[in-house]
Design a protein around this ligand. Structure first.
Ligand code: UDP
Length: 192
């Protein structure tokens, strides 16, 4: 794999176009994938937390979310093709699920935010099969994971903030052959 190490985090070096092609193939193959989208803040926190760092570097895709990563890569003499944000990736995945008429599960954010996000998906992406969603303020993981396993989504969006969402995905991703991605505060933006 063609990866560029920035202060311990290993970023994939590809264009958004190449990345999107991989995601389309992954969806067609029902591959189990984990996408992380580190910004400079996450790179710094991973330096202080070796478990978090391991989880990031073992993910299938590590993409540079933020111009700070692109600038850092350039100044280290190992430039990356381009910035690819988590938000753009979220939008690409939803539109790919819509185009391919696949199943989506959304987890995280406050109840009113996830409710509004689900409504917006149904309205803007009518061919998405939204098989379930849940807010991010639950006590027990088990019922959520059982639901995800039973509904067999193709994409699982997890908005619990970092590093909580990455630990969650790393722990449970084998329960569904989906593309899993931590999307941080994206539902708050998406639902507006
Ligand atoms: N969140 C959640 N459960 C929690 C903590 C956070 O669902 O236990 C949600 C929160 O409502 C927000 C998102 O996680 O929608 C992450 O927000 P933040 O901007 O803090 O995270 P970042 O984007 O910086 O990772």
């Amino acid at each position: 794999k063609n990866r560029v190490n920035i202060l311990g985090t290993e970023f994939d070096n590809f264009t958004a176009k190449q990345f999107h092609k991989y995601l389309d193939d992954d969806l067609d193959l029902k591959a189990n994938r984990f996408i992380v989208t580190p910004n400079p803040e996450i790179v710094l926190s991973a330096r202080k937390d070796s478990n978090f760092s391991k989880i990031i570097n073992n993910a299938d895709y590590v993409i540079p979310d933020g111009i700070g990563i692109i600038k850092g890569a350039k100044s280290l003499g190992t430039p990356l093709h381009e910035r690819i944000t988590g938000f753009d990736t979220l939008e690409y995945l939803i539109s790919a699920v819509n185009r391919k008429q696949l199943k989506l599960y959304m987890l995280g954010a406050k109840p009113e935010v996830i409710e509004a996000s689900a409504k917006k998906i149904k309205k803007q992406y009518p061919q998405v099969n939204l098989v379930g969603y849940h807010d991010g303020y639950f006590k027990d993981d088990a019922p959520i994971i059982e639901e995800i396993a039973a509904k067999k989504p193709n994409v699982v969006l997890v908005a619990l903030g970092s590093p909580k969402q990455e630990f969650f995905i790393d722990k449970y991703r084998k329960q569904a052959n989906a593309i899993w991605i931590g999307v941080g505060g994206s539902f708050d933006v998406f639902s507006e």
